[in-house]
Design a protein around this ligand. Structure first.
Ligand SMILES: [Zn+2]
Ligand SMILES: [Zn+2]
Length: 172
């Protein structure tokens, strides 16, 4: 596969991940993920509350405050960050709704760089490649290190631009 052809498939599957992300009802974050084997789409998922349970658009986000280490002017500082913990992350939903046999040797396209928990689960899921677009600096170092230890291809689509209609719009 030459580099040009590969870029096209990357765009194609990342576009689908972004389309899927528009299903999310969390106003803080829309994440979409798709499972791909070769050029075949085997599953889609987005971040959301468990089925049958009020979601963020109905019950509001469930905010948790966490301390996070942030680099500022070369110094590390503890900063308080808010996170919505109501939703199951897209990557975890993807694992819940796909079969192990389909994941073996497959790729995951996900709109956002996986958090540490999702990365850990993906690393044990059978997938051999993870492609993302928006970076998530909080967990990036340890996630990258773990992926290289596992031999999982972990790459960011730097110059990718999401379809305009997938920009976050949540109506309550
Ligand atoms: Zn939420
Ligand atoms: Zn996650």
């Amino acid at each position: 596969m030459n580099e040009e052809a590969r870029k096209d498939w990357d765009t194609y599957f990342m576009d689908i991940a972004y389309m899927v992300s528009t299903r999310s009802r969390c106003p803080r974050r829309h994440v979409g993920a798709v499972l791909v084997q070769g050029k075949k789409l085997l599953g889609t998922a987005y971040n959301g509350a468990p089925m049958g349970v009020p979601d963020c658009s109905e019950a509001g986000c469930m905010i948790a405050e966490e301390l996070e280490v942030v680099e500022q002017d070369g110094k590390q500082e503890m900063v308080k960050k808010q996170r919505c913990v109501r939703t199951i992350h897209a990557e975890q939903n993807l694992l819940l709704f796909t079969d192990r046999i389909d994941r073996e040797g497959s790729s995951v396209y996900v709109t956002d760089e996986p958090c540490w928990t999702c990365a850990n689960m993906l690393a044990n899921s059978g997938v051999t490649e993870i492609v993302f677009h928006r970076s998530y600096p909080k967990d990036s170092d340890k996630v990258n290190e773990m992926m290289s230890q596992k031999g999982i291809v972990f790459r960011r689509l730097q110059s990718y631009e999401p379809p305009r209609e997938t920009a976050m719009t949540v109506s309550n």
